[in-house]
Write a protein of this length. Structure first.
Length: 376
C-alpha cells in the first residue's frame, strides 16, 4: 500500500512545484504519477474482488513415482488481473495469470518418497505490471495425501528381466510358498472362516453359513496359517532413511508376490499378531497404507512370532553383521534375511527393490554373520 501512496505524493509534489514556479511542464508527470498510482490500485482491487483459487481434490493415496493429478482452477474478480502469478507448492515455479478471467492448471506431479504429505495451500498473487500494488488470495490447502511404497518385481540374482523371479530365485524355494501340513491337520484347532476355494474338501465347508446366507465359506486351520510364509518388517537401526525405504519397498513387494502365489502373512511394527493376506489381496490395501507410515522403531520380539511351519522372511534396513536375535531363536521351515545391498561372500536367493534375500544358514556358513544373538 505504501508504494502507490508514495507515487501519488510524488505526483502531488510535482504539481505543487509546477504551480509554485509557474512551470507547466511539471504538471504532466505529476498528474501522470497520480493517475498511475490510483489506476493501478483500483484495477488490482477490482481484479481481486471475488477472485478465487481452488485445488480440485485428487485421490487420497498415490504410489511412489506414479503420477498424481494436480488440478487447480483460478477465477478473477470484476476485471482480469493486470499481472501476477499462481504459486503452487507442488509445482515449484510460478504460473502467470495476467489478462485472464480464469485459468485451469492440469499437470501430473510425482512423489519420490513414501509417507504422509500435507499439501500446502496455493497462493494467487494479483499485482500491476509496475508492482506498485498487489493483493494475495490464498487457497484452502491442508489436504492430506498418503504416498504408498511402490511394489517392484522379485527376481533371481542376475536374471535381469521383469517376471524372471516367477521361475527362479524366490519362486524356486518350495519351503517358501509351499504348505507343510501333516496327517494330524484334521485334528487341529479351527482359527476362523474364509472364502471357499475351489477344490477344497467338502469337510472344510461351513454348512451353517451356506444354509443361512447362501455363501460358501470354509474353515481355516491354525496349522494352515502357520505354514504360510511370514514376512517380518523390522524397522530397528536402519542404515539411513533410504535404507529403510528400500526395506519397506522390499516388504511390500514380497507381500504382493507371495500373496498372489498362495497367500502369506506379514507382521508389522507394533503388532502382536501377523496379518493374513490371501491370494485375493483383500487385506493388502490396509497393509500397504501401514507400510507407508513405517518409521524407525523397535525390532519385533521373538515371543510375538511363535513357531512357524513355513518360511520366515526378516526384512530390515539395518547394516547386518549378525542374525537378528528373534529370528535366530525362531523355529521355522526356512529363514531368510532381506536387507539393502548384498552380504559379502553369499549368493542371494532373490533380489527385490534394491535388497537381497539370503538364507540365514547359508550366510552363516559363508561367515557373513558372526553368530547368534548379536542383533537385538
Amino acid at each position: 500500500m505504501l508504494r502507490p501512496l508514495f507515487t501519488a505524493l510524488l505526483g502531488v509534489a510535482l504539481c505543487l512545484a509546477g504551480g509554485t514556479f509557474d512551470t507547466a511542464s511539471l504538471y504532466v508527470p505529476g498528474v501522470g504519477l497520480i493517475v498511475l498510482a490510483v489506476g493501478a490500485t483500483v484495477w488490482v482491487l477490482l481484479a481481486a474482488r471475488g477472485a478465487t483459487v481452488e485445488r480440485v481434490p485428487g485421490p487420497h493415496t498415490v504410489v511412489e513415482d506414479e503420477p498424481y493429478p494436480l488440478r487447480v482452477e483460478v477465477k478473477s474478480g470484476l476485471l482480469p488481473p493486470p499481472g501476477g502469478e499462481l504459486l503452487e507448492p507442488l509445482l515449484g515455479w510460478p504460473v502467470p495469470v495476467a489478462g485472464r478471467w480464469s485459468r485451469r492448471l492440469r499437470i501430473n506431479v510425482r512423489f519420490s518418497r513414501r509417507g504422509r504429505r500435507v499439501l500446502e495451500a496455493e497462493l494467487l498473487v494479483i499485482r500491476d505490471p509496475l508492482r506498485l500494488y498487489s493483493r494475495e488470495i490464498p487457497g484452502r490447502g491442508g489436504e492430506e495425501l498418503l504416498v504408498l511404497p511402490r511394489v517392484e518385481q522379485v527376481t533371481a540374482p542376475g536374471s535381469g528381466g521383469a517376471g524372471a523371479g516367477a521361475q527362479a530365485g524366490l519362486g524356486a524355494q518350495p519351503s517358501l510358498s509351499g504348505r507343510r501340513l501333516d496327517a494330524s491337520a484334521a485334528e487341529l484347532e479351527i482359527d476362523g472362516l474364509r472364502a471357499y476355494r475351489e477344490g477344497a474338501p467338502a469337510s472344510r465347508i461351513h454348512w451353517p453359513s451356506v444354509a443361512r446366507h447362501g455363501e460358501m465359506l470354509e474353515r481355516r486351520l491354525v496349522a494352515e496359517l502357520d505354514s504360510a510364509p511370514l514376512i517380518v518388517m523390522d524397522p530397528s537401526n536402519p542404515a539411513g532413511e533410504e535404507a529403510l525405504d528400500k526395506a519397506v519397498r522390499a516388504a511390500a513387494s514380497l507381500c504382493v508376490w507371495l500373496a498372489r502365489a498362495d497367500g502369506c502373512a506379514v507382521l508389522l511394527p507394533g503388532d502382536r499378531r501377523p496379518i493374513d493376506i490371501g491370494h485375493d489381496l483383500g487385506a493388502w490395501p490396509a497393509v500397504h497404507a501401514r507400510l507407508a507410515l513405517v518409521d524407525e522403531g523397535a525390532a519385533p520380539a521373538g515371543g510375538v512370532l511363535g513357531p512357524r511351519g513355513g518360511a520366515v522372511i526378516w526384512v530390515t534396513g539395518a547394516d547386518l553383521r549378525a542374525t537378528p536375535r528373534a529370528l535366530e531363536r525362531l523355529p521355522a521351515g526356512s529363514r531368510y534375511v532381506v536387507a539393502p545391498g548384498a552380504l559379502p561372500g553369499v549368493r542371494p536367493s532373490f533380489e527385490v527393490a534394491g535388497c537381497t534375500g539370503c538364507l540365514v544358514e547359508r550366510a552363516r556358513r559363508a561367515g557373513s554373520f558372526r553368530g547368534a544373538g548379536a542383533v537385538a
